[in-house]
Design a protein around this ligand. Structure first.
Ligand code: P6P
Length: 341
């Protein structure tokens, strides 16, 4: 029987063949995967783990922190700060970047993560996930500050996520395609389960939170009304809707069978650029989606070309099956052009 390839062997063989990964990055991926295994174990304890529910603290986003948000953040810090591969790291759960303690050697990579995305679903036992992204620290031996992280998404050297669902699955890209791993819980090992994940260019499935429809800008309303018109409308085919309210779960579905995931900005706050975070949600997911043959924009431009201005800045998100994202992005570009005339 052809035995499954474990993550360690996959990384060693990738380093040997393709050189798109060095020792430090290989170790970083291993220890992030190990942290995700620990988070998976806590998440699956549910009520029995005494770690559900909220704390009485809020994060920089102004969101009440779940106990598991804080625990997952600590697990990722403990797993990565000592390895000598990081110059610094940043997290959705920490206002400022985390400097590597003086007792540890510093490396050339910057790690960004959302330790437990979708954590509002935790208390109702719905899938959540960890999203991670790696940049190069370009400041040589300079101290890491917020500016060190403010690099456009195309500078990422690695991105991935781990979905804590019925099975625990990890998606990984190093810029040469997307490969999928499934956690063998008895062995405690991520096993390669799919090479070269590809998103179908066409789709009939969309993920949007429809409850904000009355606040949308016209191009978003136009796009969704055409989807709802189905085969009787200009699109000439019927569409189906899904919304988990956990980005990792919604994006994993479109990677697996096609679809679009959209979280637009809306008119409730014209100054707001969107809801989701650029650096550790939209950019890593965009890297994965593009590497799988999909497309990702903020409605007006390629997501990974955006020059970040703040570590926790938010952005509108349109990602998934290429042909569909081209349509919705064109509608937004046409609207923006009319507004500027
Ligand atoms: P809403 C989870 O909090 C999250 O950041 C994403 O994972 C998810 O797609 C979105 O927010 C859900 O937002 O407005 O539907 O609760």
């Amino acid at each position: 029987m052809q035995s499954r390839v474990p993550l360690t062997r996959y990384l060693i063989e990738k380093q040997r063949k393709q050189q798109c990964i060095d020792d430090d990055l290989r170790l970083l991926i291993e220890v992030v995967a190990r942290a995700c295994k620990a988070i998976s174990a806590y998440v699956s304890k549910g009520e029995l783990g005494n770690i559900l529910g909220s704390t009485n603290s809020t994060n920089v986003q102004g969101e009440v922190q779940k106990k598991l948000d804080i625990l997952s953040n600590e697990i990722l810090l403990d797993a990565t700060e000592w390895g000598g591969h990081l110059a610094g790291l940043a997290s959705e759960e920490m206002e400022k970047p985390y400097s590597i303690p003086k007792e540890y050697p510093r490396g050339k990579y910057l790690l960004l993560f959302d330790p437990l995305d979708g954590s509002s679903n935790i208390d109702v036992n719905i899938s959540v996930g960890t999203i991670f992204s790696v940049l190069q620290h370009t400041g040589d031996n300079q101290e890491v500050d917020e500016g060190s992280f403010l690099q456009p998404g195309y500078k990422q050297v690695m991105a991935g996520y781990t979905l804590y669902g019925p099975s625990t699955q990890m998606m990984l890209t190093l810029g040469d395609g997307v490969d999928a791993f499934t956690l063998h819980k008895e062995h405690g090992t991520f096993m390669l389960t799919e090479r070269g994940v590809k998103i179908p260019e066409e789709t009939q499935e969309y993920a949007i939170n429809m409850s904000y429809q009355r606040h949308w800008y016209p191009p978003m309303t136009r796009y969704v009304q055409e989807l709802l018109a189905g085969e009787t409308g200009p699109r000439g085919k019927n569409f189906n809707m899904r919304w988990v309210a956990s980005m990792v779960a919604d994006v994993h579905r479109l990677l697996t069978r096609g679809g679009v995931f959209i979280y637009p900005r809306d008119q409730r706050d014209p100054s707001a650029k969107g809801r989701l975070r650029l650096m550790y949600e939209a950019n890593p997911m965009s890297f994965i989606v593009e590497q799988a043959g999909g497309m990702s924009t903020n409605g007006l431009q390629r997501m990974m070309d955006i020059q970040p201005e703040e570590l926790h800045e938010r952005v509108a998100v349109f990602m998934g099956s290429k042909k569909e994202i081209e349509v919705v992005t064109r509608y937004h570009q046409e609207y923006a052009a009319q507004q500027s005339d």
